[in-house]
Ligand binder design. Structure first.
Ligand code: ZN
Length: 336
């Protein structure tokens, strides 16, 4: 298959500005990133294609070589000065530039973090900083009742030692090892709204990247994973749990204490309760953060039978057995 034109791949005009190219790339990368399209070979191919196009068009030198010589001008080992490229440029930094498609291991956060990092280099008037993304795991209880969590955000900033040049006099800067950038981490407190669901995204205003020329900070989007609870299970706005009861409680009915996410609640079990029967405590579930409505607590009873067998117990059980109105297994299907 013939290689497509890089401008065509990104859907931009040949004279497109650096900012337009970046914008087009980001839009496509978000749509075609393998994390968004797991197992989609076609999306993967397209993603590689836009990545390759962007790697060339984002850099002045490579872009000029491409404009002049087409795809041949971007192949590894191509020497633009030898090809009459009159800028004294010396190759493209060695190595094949298009082999580094390591997106399988990079998650969306990394990809976009990197994109946002590059976006900071955009020139021009005041512009708002780019958004960034992170993720946290929170306990079940905090998700249901609300709480706070903290997230350590790592970002790159120009090395304070060398001012970003990567050099200290004649030697490599010892602080950033020549990178020009150093990592800095900031701990960010995040308010968890009551009723937060697993997979929810929380926006933290002003914790994205700083803007350019006095533009405001971008926002931080935190995706939330809610850790499972050993006892409670959430289904929508309802909470489910299992409550053991005695044979007598099931037979005669009882008033019992039922644990809910809001504490113990008294609940009545009617006489003749059956094993695995479900009961509902209204308004004892989760408050929906969007509608404000509160779900229910639903518990399933589990009838416990004494393990120790005694003559008196056998008498009582025999008596109970005589009380069934009909055979307990009469509704089982026959001849399966
Ligand atoms: Zn440095």
């Amino acid at each position: 298959m013939a290689k497509r034109d890089y401008y065509e791949v990104l859907g931009v005009a040949r004279g497109a500005s650096e900012a337009d190219i970046k914008k087009a790339y980001r839009r496509l990368a978000r749509k075609l990133h393998p994390d968004v399209n797991p197992g989609d070979k076609n999306a993967q191919k397209k993603f590689q294609e836009i990545q390759e196009a962007y790697d060339v068009l984002k850099e002045d030198e490579k872009r000029r070589a491409y404009d002049r010589f087409g795809h041949a001008g971007t192949s590894a080992g191509f020497d633009p000065s030898a090809a009459g490229f009159g800028t004294g440029a010396t190759g493209f930094g060695g190595g094949a530039p298009f082999e580094s498609f390591q997106f399988e291991s990079a998650d969306l956060g990394d990809l976009f973090g990197d994109l946002f990092g590059r976006a900071r280099a955009a020139r021009g008037g005041p512009s708002r900083g780019e958004d960034t993304a992170g993720s946290i795991e929170i306990p079940f209880r905090d998700a249901v009742l609300g709480g706070t969590a903290s997230l350590s955000l790592r970002r790159e900033k120009p090395c304070p030692q060398c001012g970003g040049s990567g050099r200290a006099g004649r030697v490599v800067c010892p602080t950033c090892h020549g990178q020009g950038m150093v990592a800095e981490s900031e701990s960010i407190k995040i308010r968890i709204p009551e009723g937060t669901e697993d997979g929810a995204r929380i926006r933290v205003p002003g914790k994205g990247f700083p803007g350019e020329s006095g533009g405001g900070q971008g926002d931080l989007y935190v995706s939330v994973r809610v850790l499972p609870h050993p006892y409670f299970e959430r289904h929508g706005d309802d909470i489910h749990g299992v409550v053991p009861i005695t044979v007598k409680e099931a037979y005669a009915g009882a008033e019992i204490e039922v644990p809910t996410v809001h504490g113990e609640r008294r609940s009545k079990i009617p006489p003749g309760a059956q094993g695995r029967q479900k009961f509902r405590l209204r308004g004892q579930g989760v408050k929906n953060p969007r509608t404000g409505q509160v779900g229910d607590h639903i518990y399933t009873v589990r009838i416990m039978v004494p393990r120790g067998v005694t003559p008196a117990g056998l008498d009582a059980a025999t008596l109970l057995d005589s009380l069934y109105e009909e055979p307990v297994r009469k509704d089982l299907p026959k001849g399966l």
